[in-house]
Structures are given as C-alpha cells and as structure tokens.
Write a protein that binds this ligand. Structure first.
Ligand SMILES: Nc1ncnc2c1ncn2[C@@H]1O[C@H](COP(=O)(O)OP(=O)(O)O)[C@@H](O)[C@H]1O
Ligand code: SF4
Ligand SMILES: [Mg+2]
Length: 609
C-alpha cells in the first residue's frame, strides 16, 4: 500500500533499523534545504472554474488500464475521461465488472500486478501523475496467441512511485470496497489510523503537543494557588487557576450527567490546553457513568498531564517535528519539479535527503529501553486523535474499537474505521469505492452525510463509485455511467436521470423499484457484462442492446454532446438513426459476438503524444 494519503496499512512507527550503539545523526539545515527550482518551463494550468462551478481537481484523459493475464489481455479500461471538481461529488455507476474499482485504483496509481496503466493522462491539481509512463514498461505481442509480454523497467517504476507518492501526498484519500484491503491484521486500529495521521498531519500534531506541554499542570498533587502560598518549585505542585476553574466546571457537569454541558466544558478545557484531543478524552471518561467525582478528577488530571513532557521527550518531539517539516519540504520540491515537467531534476540530492530522513526516523524509534518512554506522549496523543476520528464515523465505543484489531470488528465497523482513516487527512480528492455497500441503511445515511460535510467544509472533490442509483440521485452532482471499461454517458445528475439517453442508462434506471408506480414490472438488461479479454467489437453494449444496428457491431461510438454538459456515446445520437430508446419499440437482441484481441483496430500501446 502506498504510504501517502491513501489510507495506509502497517504501523505508524517504522521498525527500528538502528539498534544498540548508534552515533547520533545530525540534522543540518544546509543539507536539508530543498534544491532551488528556477521557474522556466510552462506550468500545466488547472482549468479555471466556469459557470460558478469548483475548479477541476482531477482530470482523467483517455485512460487505459489492461491486465496481462495468461488467458490474454483484459482490457479493463478503454479510454476513460473523467473530471472531479472541488466541492462536488462525481458519481460512477455501472454493473459489477464494468471497471469502476479499476478506475479508482488507476487514479491512485495502485493497480496491482498483472495490471498496468498503459496510456492516458491523470492530472491531479494540474500535475500529470502518468508522466514518463512510456519509459516504465515495454509491451510485445507473443505470436498470434493474443498474449503480451511486458518488460518492466524497475528503476523507472521506483522513481515514478516516489514522485507520485509525494505529489499524491495529502491530496488523495481512498475508501476501498474491501476494508480488509486497507487494514493490516497484526496492528491495532489506533496504530493504523495513528500512522496515517502522523504521516499527513505530523507537524500539526507535534506542534500541538509542544504547545500543550507549556500549559500542562506538572506532575504532583494539586495545590490551589492563592495569597500566602509559596510559588511551586520545579517538579511542581500547582495548576493554573484558569485550568483548575475549567476543571471544576467539567466535574460539575459530569456529576449532573448533562452530556451537552460535559461536551462544552471539556471543549473549554481542551481549548485552554491548546489540544483538541483532550476534549475527546474527557468526554469519554465522563461517559462511563457512576464514577465518584474524586476518581473522575484524578482521571481528568492524568489526561491534562499526559502532555507534560520530560526534557528527553521534548527534545525527541522537536527533532521528530524537524524531520516531518523536511519531509514536507521535500514533497514540495517534487511537486514543483513535476509542475515544471522537469521530473529528472530531483536527483541525487533529494534522494540523499530522503535517505537521511529515514535514518533519522529509525534512530528516534530504535533506541531500546528509552524508546517507549520517549514516544509515550505522542502515542497517547495519536490514540485520542484516533478515538476522535472514530467518533466522527459514529462508532459507539470508539476507545475500545481503537484498542482492537481488525479481526475483532464486524465488516461494517471495519468499513467505518477505514472511512475514518480516509477522511482524517482531509484530502482534496476522495475516491470512495462502494463506501456504504456493507453498511446498514441508517449508517449509510450518516456516512454520506459525513462525506457531504467534508465536501462543504474542506471543498474536497469526491468521486463516488457505486451501483446504487438511489445513492447517486441523493448525493452526486454529476454522474458517469460506465459499461465494460467505457464511460457511455455522463452529465449532471438531474439531466441524466430526467433524460437518460444511452440504452444502458435506460436499462439501469428501469431496474429500480418505484413506490409511485406499483403496477410497473421491473425490467432487467438481458445478458451479462462481457469478458474483457475478448470485448465485443464496435459498441461494447451491442450484444445486449435492444436498439442495436449493423453499424454498432463495427464502429465504436464516440461521445456526442446532447445538451449542456451531457455526453452520450451511442450511434442513435451520432446521426446514424435518430431513434430515442425512450420512444423506440425495443429491437432484437444480438447474441454475444466477440473479436480476437489481435483484430482490434487500435494499437496496443498508442505512440506517446
Ligand atoms: N487482478 C485482476 N486480474 C485480471 N483482471 C482483473 C483484475 N482486477 C480486475 N480485473 C478485471 O477488470 C474488470 C473490471 O473490474 P472491477 O473494476 O473490479 O469491476 P467493478 O466495476 O465491479 O468494480 C473486470 O473484468 C475484472 O475481471
Ligand atoms: S444503439 Fe448501438 S451504439 Fe447505441 S448502445 Fe445500442 S448498440 Fe450501442
Ligand atoms: Mg468494484
């Protein structure tokens, strides 16, 4: 799994590489400074917003993804065009096996073997993630077997992964169809969410800890400040009057059991500490009813003091912060280089800095004995931030779930934990692959609402993949209807639902049960999605289409504009014959015809443009 903003499996602390006696690596400002980039080459411009719509965050152009199997080449995506705009939800619908998940994996550049993205452009905020793709692999047909030999250039693939990883960075979050794909079974949920949080919001978290350390009550019994009381010595015994006052209010609220005032007083305490996760912790403590006030007071004090850092811990957190800042800067350098389309200029210097960062991380996590004490405050903080994220996805007992392991959770809970992981980085682009399919209806609504909130507050562009047209109608602004690796119709949701043009869209809509038409028979689309090793020639839908014409078996229809923003790829609208499926009688179904892969008109890999 990629280690950037796509939710990561694994743990948040790297395995200690340097154990035992290690000389302390120095972090010199000079070597850490990113290479300077001269703004010479033209920058790929992100299209400006038109007609009040958000800017284009993701622009996929003519994307092809194939799987090179022993049976032959699976042409999973055949020239996909897709746009996602800031603050909008773009739906992708279609039957199982149409290529929806492969689209999401291709955009995140996570297609696994034996698959490869073989051509196209994926512009993420104007930066092409597929730059240099033609150097990563060569393809050669093996005789007339229909099979293809792929020769990979692993050096280029590694370099591309590093470039893409740093650009993708905090930008892309992904919710996988299968939650087990995103979770590592041997690490607890809090470790896995914590890793993601530290990777994407590390500087913010470490800053918070250092800030809270300055106001945290020191370790020791609490003594009220007041006239006549001597100022405390080091290792002290007092707490600031404001914090003590806020603590009393919180304890009163907890004694009355009023959850609204518990929340507000806990939030007030957290604000005074400068650490939002303290509020989550205090609310959790107060929830376990029946605690005597003295015990709750002790627990609350422990919570306030968990950020009280010792000298070594403070040094460790400061160093770790420096490492995180350097990593961000390095990602910035990659981004600049990719914008300027000078990818090769990030050379040996950057690689050295990156190696040094890795060494530093290993060093700080790898010291036996003091290691646990060093990262305890950070680990506590990540734990409570994880609880906060889990609360947001409406998990009932978040602290318990955070301590648990993936196999201890039900499918729906695991799905929600993964959604929490994807949302925690507040990505600019969220790829959600069937996010609510495994959830109860009530939870579905809550999750969709959460995604809507994220879209509105952060302006995230959401690509929502689903086979549920009801969900599309409810939350999407735009919809892309996909069939057998091709987008056959796309446009604004209201337009496509009111005036569906493609026979496949018609079929999908006709198969939805309607309350307002109880006498209507549910219709199905005859046949099944074809085997994509031998996709039907011409229009891939023709073996199932009731309106198929002779031309449909030979010529692939190109997308035609049929209204504002409404595109449809069908010969019925290309001037061949003007019969709308809405008006037509329903013709003959052509039985499945397939063409051998070698007969396809287009070359396997088109020459780079
Ligand atoms: N690892 C793989 N190896 C071979 N073919 C694959 C692989 N993953 C997906 N495919 C093929 O890609 C096509 C699209 O699959 P997918 O994107 O998972 O469909 P869905 O629309 O249901 O998400 C299918 O024909 C599937 O057989
Ligand atoms: S009418 Fe022809 S082009 Fe249109 S969907 Fe049917 S088979 Fe395809
Ligand atoms: Mg899928």
């Amino acid at each position: 799994m990629a280690s950037e903003s796509v939710p990561t499996s694994g743990r948040w602390r790297p395995t200690g590489g340097h154990r035992g006696a290690v000389s302390r690596p120095r972090l010199q400002g000079r070597s850490a400074r990113p290479a300077r980039v001269a703004p010479t080459a033209p920058v790929t411009r992100v299209p400006r917003s038109d007609s009040g719509r958000g800017r284009v965050v993701l622009d996929v152009q003519n994307l092809r993804t194939y799987f090179f199997t022993y049976d032959g080449v699976v042409r999973a995506l055949e020239g996909i065009n897709l746009q996602a705009r800031a603050g909008e939800t773009t739906g992708v619908v279609g039957e199982t096996g149409c290529g929806k998940s492969v689209t999401a994996f291709s955009v995140a550049r996570l297609v696994s073997e034996p698959g490869r993205v073989i051509s196209g452009k994926i512009l993420l905020n104007g930066v092409d993630l597929l730059w240099g793709l033609d150097r990563e692999a060569r393809y050669r047909r093996i005789g007339t077997t229909g099979r293809v030999k792929v020769s990979r250039n692993f050096g280029e693939i590694r370099a591309a992964n590093q470039r893409v990883g740093s650009v993708r960075g905090r930008g892309v979050g992904m919710i996988f169809q299968e939650p087990t794909q995103a979770m590592n079974p041997v690490f607890s949920i809090s470790d896995q969410l914590g890793e993601s949080l530290l990777l994407h919001r590390g500087v913010e978290i470490l800053d918070g800890l250092l800030r809270a350390d300055r106001v945290a009550p020191p370790i020791g019994p609490i003594v009220e400040e007041g006239p006549g009381i001597a100022p405390p010595k080091r290792g002290g015994v007092h707490t600031s009057p404001e914090i003590e006052q806020a603590l009393e209010l919180y304890l009163n609220a907890a004694a009355q059991g009023d959850s609204a005032s518990i929340r507000s007083t806990a939030a007030d305490l957290a604000r005074r500490m400068g650490l939002p996760s303290v509020a989550t912790e205090l609310v959790q403590y107060a929830r376990t009813a029946g605690k005597p006030t003295a015990r709750l007071r002790r627990m609350a004090m422990r919570s306030l003091r968990r950020v009280h850092l010792g000298a070594m811990q403070r040094r460790y957190i400061r160093h770790l912060r420096r490492v995180e800042v350097l990593r961000q800067r390095l990602n910035g350098v990659y981004l600049e280089e990719m914008k300027l389309e000078r990818h090769n200029r990030v050379g040996i210097g950057a690689v050295r800095v990156r190696m040094r960062l890795e060494k530093l991380r290993h060093f700080y996590f790898g010291i036996r004995g003091i290691k646990r004490r060093m990262y305890r405050p950070l680990r506590n903080e990540l734990f409570w931030r994880t609880v906060e994220q889990l609360e947001q996805v409406r998990i009932a007992n978040p602290a318990q779930v955070a301590r648990g392991y993936p196999h201890e959770l039900s499918g729906g809970m695991l799905q929600r934990a993964m959604i929490a992981m994807a949302l925690s980085c507040q990505p600019t682009l969220l790829l959600a692959d069937e996010p609510t399919t495994a959830l109860d209806v009530t939870i579905q609504a809550q999750i969709l609402d959460l995604m809507r909130q994220l879209r509105e507050s952060v302006g995230t562009a959401i690509v929502l993949i689903t086979h549920d047209l009801g969900v599309v109608a409810e939350v999407c602004d735009h919809v892309n209807v996909m069939y057998a690796g091709i987008i056959v119709e796309n446009g604004p949701v209201t337009e496509v639902f009111r005036r569906p043009l493609h026979p496949y869209t018609h079929g999908l809509l006709a198969s939805i049960p309607r309350f307002d038409q109880p006498d209507r028979d549910l219709q199905t689309i005859p046949g099944a999605v074809p085997n994509l090793i031998h996709p039907p020639p011409g229009c891939r839908f023709h073996p199932r289409c009731p309106y198929a014409m002779p031309i449909c078996k030979e010529v692939r229809p190109e997308p035609q504009l049929q209204g504002p923003d409404h595109l449809v790829a069908c010969h019925l609208y290309g001037g061949a014959e003007e019969t709308s499926p809405a008006e037509g009688e329903g013709g003959e179904v052509v039985e499945g015809e397939t063409a051998p892969a070698d007969d396809l008109a287009e070359p396997l890999v088109p020459p780079p443009s």
